[in-house]
Design a protein around this ligand. Sequence first.
Ligand code: FAD
Length: 539
Amino acid sequence: MLRLTDIKLPLDHDEQALELAILSKLKIEKSQLLSFNLFKRGYDARNNKNIQLIYTLDVEVGSQEELLTQFARDPHVRITPDMTYKFVAQAPANLKNRPVVIGLGPCGLFAALILAQMGFNPIILERGKAVRERTKDTFGFWRKQALNPESNVQFGEGGAGTFSDGKLYSQVKDRKHYGRKVLHEFVAAGAPEEIMYVSKPHIGTFKLVNMVEKMRATIIELGGEFRFSTRVEKLDLDTNGKAHKIKGLHLSGGDYLPCDHVILAIGHSARDTFTALHEQGVYIEAKPFSVGFRIEHEQSMIDRERFGENAGNAILGAADYKLVHHCKNGRTVYSFCMCPGGTVVAAASEPGRVVTNGMSQYSRHERNANSAIVVGITPEEDYPGDPLAGIELQRRLEELAFSVGGENYHAPAQLIGDFLAGKTSSEIGDVKPSYTPGITLTDLSKVVPDFVTQAIREAIPAFNRQIKGFAKTDGLLTGVETRTSSPICIKRDENYQSVNVQGLYPAGEGAGYAGGIWSAGIDGIRVAEALALSMVSDT
Ligand code: FAD
């Protein structure tokens, strides 16, 4: 097969156009083209009067070798790479101990699936509840302000991304094509087939709930075992000077689980577990993350600005955006986790704190677009000293937001125009807030450090130059956005094990090795492979 990249066609091209484009690109007759299929479809909307679809196609031809020679200098004609997933190991029959996966977010889910597929019968420990019960608790919080600290947007089966937009792309390097395996498994569990070929796939929240359940059933069929409402409280370590080796886990409820190979995929919100690990001497470093607000506009305005007269086109769907601004005060402000046609959600996992995030359904049909508008911060400049100081900063900002919001989980919010003018908001305009339990209009500069206010005040007008209407007076800012990524990194070595605890495999977003559902899944596969190889070599 040949892979042709960068085949550009107009948005409204007809069915025959793809075949004609292949024939024209390869300069061949129709009889030489045996078959073709779509590998990727993206679009270029920089000129919204002439939006182009950009295809990557896999093509079967009668004269492959000849064409490869003919197009040897053309980077857009290559052999189709083999992207099929190949297992690195098979569990030996005499395996003594079962591997343990802590945390059932996308990282833990994929680690468990791969281990199960290789025959390692993993045990999966998750502090939260199974996804159906968890959904009730999460919606309960949004509707009735009753936060369950063990079952919420962050904790429970499916992890942090379960109630999300389900965007499945990131900028991670994926030389081994693990990302394809993630997509394949998601489709097998019920995701729309199109995630395999659209350039920015998304799943939406309700589909994710069903998929997570199906994947659990598959893992159980393959010999895996799940324990919900089971929080790992402490590691049991064999210690020799500064080096440790894992020999078991202390669980909530007083249980103990002996084990020697453990994947730690606990996400970025397991602050109590981070503290326990740090106190036990697991090596942790502080890392940069970002803080700011969620911004909301009418989706129709974003669609119009991005797609012009093509707004509403079914192939394009609801428009997204990605914005970056480097500020005079040396800070960088950027948009993050943009959710077209979605809602702003209450994402707290600790009582007395308010955190925002965003989600949408597969249809992306809600009235508002939202994204985080955040400022990058670093341990060196903003939370020096203790490796866990970033967590304390997050907590302080979330507490402030809770207090300014009225101490009832309402989030503090402000109209964009008022924020730019430094004026407390008193009335909602055209953009209706989507955040439940509700918002309290205020002055958002009260809940973030001054440099954050300053940087975002400078960035919004700059973003308005790229998307006219971005600084629209009655657009809405809601705060506070603090959980953009993990504030720590649990350092691992070249074998994916903790640098000072043998048998412990820190993984996913919480450990600082992923950012988003797809990359967390990829990291889960990577770490499961390393663990499997280590277990096989131990037997
Ligand atoms: P997590 O998903 O956080 O999973 C960690 C799991 O570990 C949790 O289930 C937790 O309960 C469990 N756990 C924690 N501590 C313990 C313990 N001590 N014992 C046992 N279990 C424990 N990303 C995208 O790519 N696209 C999106 O559209 C998107 N939208 C998002 C929307 C929202 C509302 C949120 C909150 C996040 C969103 N994200 C999105 C981010 C994405 O969800 C995360 O990057 C991803 O889930 C990280 O995966 P993970 O497996 O590393 O950790």
